[in-house]
Design a protein. Structure first.
Ligand SMILES: [Zn+2]
Length: 179
């Protein structure tokens, strides 16, 4: 199973300090089409947290699942010989179709780190979060809906937590780094 590198742990600590990774506010959670990674070791925690919070809030949870290796990363990942464009189009089609089919208006791009698939592509946690936002922009450009980007962090196989990623704060941090 992949593990967070020490540098990545530090990045996550910094992102917590900066408020980029915030505790999930249950009042802001809602049903939706959830695009996530099918990781057999992590998907139960990924889903149970979200489902549990929604059930507590609404009495039930309507999460329409689209689970693939790498989850939201597949919406933007480009790789030669991997039919990336076709995969991206298929996923976008599934998202659009699911929103209409289930009369939902929100897309939840549920990322996780460390993600084995992201590791195979050589992406660290920062590159992974950046890609989640690329994926978010792509969905927003095509579909009329709300998009949220939560991320589940597995610190060491025991300690895990799902955070909301605050886009304005993330963008501000990226800008600051460019200087
Ligand atoms: Zn994964």
């Amino acid at each position: 199973m992949s593990q967070l590198a020490r540098g990545e742990q530090e990045t996550i600590g910094l992102l917590r300090e900066l408020g980029v990774l915030e505790d999930i506010n249950p009042t802001l959670l809602s049903d939706g089409v959830l695009v996530g990674c099918g990781d057999c070791d992590r998907s139960p925690e990924l889903l149970n947290f979200y489902r549990g919070q929604l059930e507590k809030k609404n009495g039930k949870a309507r999460l329409h699942l689209i689970m693939v290796n790498g989850g939201p990363l597949r919406l933007v990942h480009e790789e030669k010989g991997e039919h990336s464009a076709a995969i991206q189009e298929f996923l976008m089609n599934q998202i659009e179709g699911s929103l209409a089919l289930k009369k939902l208006d929100r897309v939840i791009l549920l990322g996780h780190g460390p993600c084995g698939q992201a590791g195979l592509w050589g992406m660290n946690i920062e590159a992974t979060i950046a890609a989640f936002f690329e994926a978010r922009d792509k969905v927003l450009a095509r579909v009329k809906c709300e998009v949220v980007v939560p991320v589940h962090i597995d610190y060491d196989g025991n300690r895990m937590k799902t955070y909301h990623v605050d886009y304005p704060k993330w963008a501000a941090w990226q800008k600051l780094k460019e200087k």
